[in-house]
Structure formats: C-alpha cells, structure tokens
Design a binder for this molecule. Structure first.
Ligand code: SF4
Length: 385
C-alpha cells in the first residue's frame, strides 16, 4: 500500500540498524524516550528493540492521552452520566478505562447511563441536533492533534445555536509534559531514568510544529527528533539521536518532513486559541500536576463547558497501589515490572489505563509478546550475575 509499505521495508530497517550499531559507542549506554504511545506501539509491534545494540534502551513515555487521564476525571464523567438528562459521547478506548472501585463508563452504561461511543466530534453534534431534549456532553480527550476538531465542534454548535451541547475538556499539551518529565523530582531522585534524547510525536507536531521543542532541547540539553509512526520512521529517528549524542549536539530535528513543518498548522493553532486557554495546572496520571499541561474552554464559552454547566467535581483518587502505571508513564518501570501484568491485568481485564488503549505501554507489550523478551533478558541478567 502506498505510503505504508515503503516505510515498513525490513531490508532498509536492518541497514539503518547496522548504521546504528556502527555508530554506537560501546563505552557508553544510550537511553532514548519515545514520548508517544504510537511510537511505543510501533516499537513493540515491529520488534525494533531487537535491532538495537545491547547498550541502547528505549524508555516508554507518557504520550497516550487515555493512559494519562487521572481516575478522578473518569469518576467525574461517570457521576455526570448517571444523571437522567445527560448523554455522554466519547471515543471507544475511554469506555473501558477503569475508574475507582472497578467502575468504568462501559459498566455505567450497562447500569443504565446513556453513554454512546462516537468516532468524531461531528457524531456528537449530530446526536445533540437530533435529540434536543437530551443534554449531550462530549467527553473530549487527546493531545494537540484532537483539540482542533473539538474547537471546530464548538464553532459549529455556536453557529447552529445548539444549546444542549457541551464539552468535558481533557485536552493535554505535549511540550509541558516533556519538560515536566525532565524536571520531575521523582525522576531525578530515583535516578533510574536517564534520558539522552527524545523521539517527539508526529501527529501532535503536524499541529504545533517543531519550534515548541526548541526551549527544552536548549534548556535541558537534550536532543529531540520528531518522527513518524512507521517502523522506518522510528529507527531512522534513533539513528539521528545517536548521531546527535555522539556529536554532543542537542538540537530539534525533523524526521517526519512529509507532514511536519517548523511552525505547524497555523490555522489549527488559531482555531485552538479562539476557543481554549491554558490551564495553570492539570493533573496527569503518572506525572502529577503539570504546570500548563492542558487547555480549558475560554470563559466566554462557559455555557459549553460541561464542568461549569453541570458543576462537575473531580475527586482526588489514588491509583490502585498494585498498578505501576504511574511509574511506567514516567519511564521509571517497564510493563513486565508490574506484578499484575499478564496475570490479573490483560487487555480483556485492564486494571490500569496503560492496558486499555492499544497505544498504552502495557497493552503494546502484552499484545506483541514483548514481555517474553523482557523475561529472557532478566534471566540472562541473573545468569550473568
Ligand atoms: S499491567 Fe495493568 S496494573 Fe500493571 S501497570 Fe500495566 S495497566 Fe497497571
């Protein structure tokens, strides 16, 4: 298939892997974080780590919006959904994310709540138009990629004077999260996550461009390579990072030139800015409160803001103590380090959010059997010790 097959050429991947092996300095280790769940998925699916030298480690970052949504936000949505006048519309992944006490939107729907799975914001608008007696709330989630469609939905709702449509906004921001990872006292204190460079997200960067990463590349002296989600994209990005590290450079480079520019999609950025403003602080699962880590509706659109319109309360809920999602999202642990991985927690019975979305690190490791390699590596490590 055009635009797909040429980025999945195993012969080329092996050739790039050979270049990486040649360039990698055997006297040092390389730790690269792929921020985005799409990259984690590609790495697991295509076994890219198997092509890398032993002294090169990929660290899975928090770039999956479903995974980083705190339990309290799910609980708040479930509480709202239980109100008889409310219809919640959201994407499929979110339906299965565990709330507190084993709850989920899916279970709430079974219990009678009106919760509908949609494929786009326009589906939610159509429901609001067709059913004027229902209060239709779109449970909006995602990075900068999905924020413009939510802004567009708002524009259409206002133009059509749809008074029964509102948005529960959970749109989070990428650069703030990467900065938080680098500044996190947890990460610094534990000292277990050494990051030599980042693979930046492709889809987010089509909207924001590469320019927003310049600050922390310079400030924290970490190279960033924005890369696409196909296996050749990812392995080429790793090669570019190795070159930067070896040269002592910390630049923002763009591997995904077929879609990403320096300044991004300015039209989409303007649409976001028209309807949303920065939140001073927003909780990310695994990262805690991230300064300017999300957006919210501007005050002039308060009637479309479900949190204000329905006086929603987001409870502070602690994660299941046995679930290691927080540590995995910070890159401190790997999925197979969690005792529940593959025992009580599988994609069919997710205990934590990292097992729900196919972009979640736990789901990717389980689905493509990467935990077996991890187990073998641990065995090897024990044997050597
Ligand atoms: S395996 Fe399940 S319980 Fe463990 S960290 Fe992953 S999602 Fe959480």
């Amino acid at each position: 298939m055009r635009y797909i097959d040429e980025y999945r050429d195993g012969r080329l991947a092996k050739d790039i892997a050979r270049q990486i092996a040649t360039l990698a300095d055997p006297a040092r280790c390389y730790h690269f974080m792929e921020f985005c769940g799409g990259h984690t998925h590609a790495i697991s699916r295509y076994g890219l780590e198997d092509l890398l030298p032993q002294n090169m480690q990929m660290i899975h970052g928090p770039g999956c919006p479903v995974c980083v949504l705190p339990i309290g936000r799910i609980d708040a949505a479930i509480a709202l959904a239980m109100r008889p006048e409310i219809t919640i519309c959201t994407y499929g992944d979110l339906m299965r994310v565990p709330g507190s006490n084993g709850s989920s939107l899916l279970k709430a729907r079974t219990a009678g709540a009106d919760i509908r799975m949609v494929y786009s914001t326009l589906d939610a608008l159509r429901i609001a138009e067709a059913e004027p007696d229902r209060e239709v709330v779109f449970f909006a989630i995602g990075f900068e990629t999905t924020t413009p469609p939510t802004a567009l939905a708002l524009r259409i709702a206002i133009a059509k004077e749809l008074r029964n449509f509102s948005i529960f906004c959970n749109h989070v921001l990428t650069p703030a999260a990467i900065q938080n990872i680098l500044e996190s006292p947890d990460v610094r204190k534990l000292g277990t996550v050494k990051i030599d460079g980042f693979i930046g997200p492709a889809h987010v960067s089509t909207v924001i461009g590469t320019e927003p990463y310049e600050f922390f590349a310079e400030e924290f002296q970490k190279p960033v390579v924005v890369a696409g989600f196909e296996p050749l994209d990812v392995i080429q990005a790793i090669l570019m990072l190795v070159r930067q590290v070896n040269d002592g450079r910390h630049e923002v480079e763009n591997q995904y030139i077929r879609a990403v520019t320096t300044f991004g999609n300015e039209k989409a950025q303007t649409e976001i800015a028209n309807f949303f403003e920065l939140c001073e602080s927003f909780e990310w699962r695994g990262l805690g409160e991230v300064p300017y880590g999300a957006v919210r509706l501007r005050p002039q659109y308060a009637e479309y803001d479900a949190e204000k319109r329905f006086s929603m309360v987001t409870p502070a809920v602690k994660d299941n103590p046995a679930c290691e999602c927080g540590a995995i999202l910070r890159g401190v642990k790997k999925p197979a380090d969690c005792k529940l991985f593959g025992t009580v927690c599988t994609p069919d019975t997710p205990m934590g959010s990292c097992m729900v979305s196919y972009e979640g690190a736990c789901a990717a490791h389980w689905t493509y059997g990467r935990f077996r390699e991890h187990a073998k590596a641990s065995e090897r490590g024990r044997a050597v010790a």
